[in-house]
Design a binder for this molecule. Structure first.
Ligand SMILES: Cc1ncc(COP(=O)(O)O)c(C=O)c1O
Length: 384
């Protein structure tokens, strides 16, 4: 078979999340967003971006990223986990997606064989390792979406790579410090030669209870990935980063990412500095207030519809179970509801490995209207 023949018979589909978002009718409301698009970006971010153009924003930066931003990240993360990081511990990437991609690529080249991911997960945790020929297995979550530590203990090998994600997409679950302590104990006992990749992209978006603490406060064989896409309401700038206490590993990742991106966009990295140094803290507080209010309102609607959910306290999603209404697979329901006039977008749980569920995004200023439309959609589905 030729390349063109294969091309004609092989689909390269867009991620399911994109597919449903694209189905949105012009009169529709989106409760499908994975970014704070409706929220105003802090002016310190935009000012820093504009100023960069009179500095060296239009030039290449080092492969590992802008030194000013790397120092800022080393400083901020070191204050939280009490490690002595320098710029050599930090790699700037094109969003967290690129951070995970280059990390997995590097670990595979260093001999990693298997990766463990949560059973309900952000889709790339599976897709990226599969692209590199790694074996992917899932570890179980408890009914409240916390990690089932006993199950993880039973399946883990000493040289595995384990991805954890707190606050989580799509469940909104935040691991508290006692859970992180238990998890780190397990890793110290069982994960002698492997690594944990901790995706902390929603770390600053916790709107209730104990604030999130980086996992590197509990365990040292951890590669932390984070960025400004969510907490900076600036996903389009595509700035993410990796921080590890192992400088040799950092250097290896820089080398492996250089063949993908060469270097990250210089100007955009200046925009990330105020987020990292905490200058946008007041704005973040406002985002979290809106998200909490939206979470409370969404729950009221779900209760009225008798739809089961687990109450989230971080990221900006609520994951609800539509099994009693639409059955085992929600994708058709989601596409139909998105396409309708005055419809609404919610994301089918199949995109995260949980077919009977839907992900409702709280990242909207039209939450109440969106939930009213979802109520209508559920009602008309029930009366079909
Ligand atoms: C858990 C998680 N990790 C990573 C990403 C990707 O982030 P970025 O846009 O910075 O590549 C997302 C985006 O939705 C996410 O939800």
């Amino acid at each position: 078979m030729t390349i063109d023949e294969r091309l004609a018979s092989t689909g390269f589909p867009l991620p399911a999340i994109r597919e449903v978002n694209l189905a949105l009718h012009p009169t529709g409301i989106s409760l499908g967003l994975g970014e704070l698009r409706d929220f105003e970006t802090d002016s310190k971010i935009t000012e820093s971006l504009i100023k960069s153009l009179n500095k060296n924003g239009m030039n290449y930066c080092p492969n590992a990223g802008l030194p000013e931003l790397r120092y800022a990240i080393a400083n901020a993360h070191g204050k939280e986990d009490e490690n002595n990081y320098t710029d050599e511990n930090v790699i700037i990437t094109v969003g967290v997606q690129n951070a995970i991609y280059s990390t997995v690529k590097t670990l595979k080249k260093l001999g990693a064989k298997r990766i463990l991911i949560p059973e309900i997960n952000f889709g790339i945790y599976k897709k990226i390792p599969l692209e590199f020929g790694l074996k992917v297995e899932t570890y179980r979550l408890n009914p409240d979406y916390g990690i089932d530590i006993d199950h993880l203990k039973n399946i883990i090998n000493e040289d595995d790579i384990v991805i954890i994600n707190s606050p989580a997409n799509p469940t909104g679950r935040v691991l508290d410090s006692s859970e992180q302590t238990m998890l780190s104990k397990l890793f110290r006992e069982k994960l002698k030669n492997g690594y944990v990749i901790s995706d902390e992209i929603y770390g600053k978006l916790v709107y209730e209870g104990e604030p999130f603490v980086p996992f590197s406060c509990f365990y040292d064989r951890v590669i932390t990935v984070s960025g400004i896409s969510k907490s900076g309401a600036s996903a389009g700038l595509r700035v993410g980063w990796i921080i590890t206490n192992n400088k040799f590993l950092a250097k290896a990742i820089v080398s492996n990412n250089a063949t993908i991106i060469s270097a990250p966009p210089t100007a955009n990295q200046y925009a990330a500095i105020p987020v990292v140094t905490g200058e946008t803290a007041e704005t973040l507080k406002r985002y979290n207030e809106i998200l909490k209010n939206n979470r409370n309102n969404a729950i009221e609607f779900l209760k009225k519809m008798q739809i089961p959910y687990v109450k989230p306290r971080g990221s900006f999603y609520i994951f609800a179970d539509l099994k009693s209404i639409v059955g085992e697979e929600t994708k058709r329901f989601c596409i139909d509801t998105a396409k309708k006039e005055n419809g609404v977008v919610v994301i089918p749980g199949g995109a995260f490995g949980a077919n009977s569920k839907i992900r409702i995004s709280l990242a909207t200023l039209k939450l109440i209207d969106g939930m009213k439309r979802l109520t209508e959609a559920v009602k008309s589905y029930t009366h079909k």
